[in-house]
Design a protein. Structure first.
Length: 143
């Protein structure tokens, strides 16, 4: 390799400085290798364009950070609401089971009294609700 002249060394050191600057920005802006190479070539000729590109990239990263912060807050809210959601679900299950058991007991009571029509209505309502729960409102898989 031939020795560099003074002006060539100065230009090379400026390119190294620009390279270091862009590499530092690469850590901040997460640019790819091809983007870095393009920005390094453009920095000497069009520094204002490179600055504008990097500022747009920074704005994009700020928006992404805000989205992550919003998601984090939403997860914290969900964690704080989880006991109430569970309590509501368990209360609903308890009420459904108590209505079912109450209907069965009512049907048995009216059957022992000899009123088979009312006993049949109690049992039919219980079984009908159970079938409606098991076989109704199935989500269809779409492909």
């Amino acid at each position: 390799m031939a020795k560099l002249t003074k002006s060539q060394r100065k230009k090379a050191s400026q390119q190294n400085t620009a390279s270091v600057t862009l590499q530092q920005q690469n850590n901040t802006y997460h640019l790819g290798a091809s983007e870095m190479d393009s920005l390094q070539r453009m920095q000497d000729s069009y520094p204002h364009i490179v600055d504008k590109i990097l500022s747009f990239r920074q704005q994009e990263l700020n928006v992404q950070k805000e989205i992550v912060d919003i998601e984090r807050k939403e997860q914290e809210i969900r964690k704080s609401e989880m006991p109430f959601i569970r309590r509501y679900a368990f209360l609903g299950q308890f009420m459904a089971y108590s209505i079912g058991v109450g209907s069965l007991i009512g049907g048995a009571y009216f059957a022992t009294l000899g009123n088979t029509t009312v006993a049949g209505l109690f049992l039919t309502s219980t079984v009908g609700i159970a079938f409606a729960q098991f076989f109704g409102n199935k989500k269809k898989d779409t492909k």
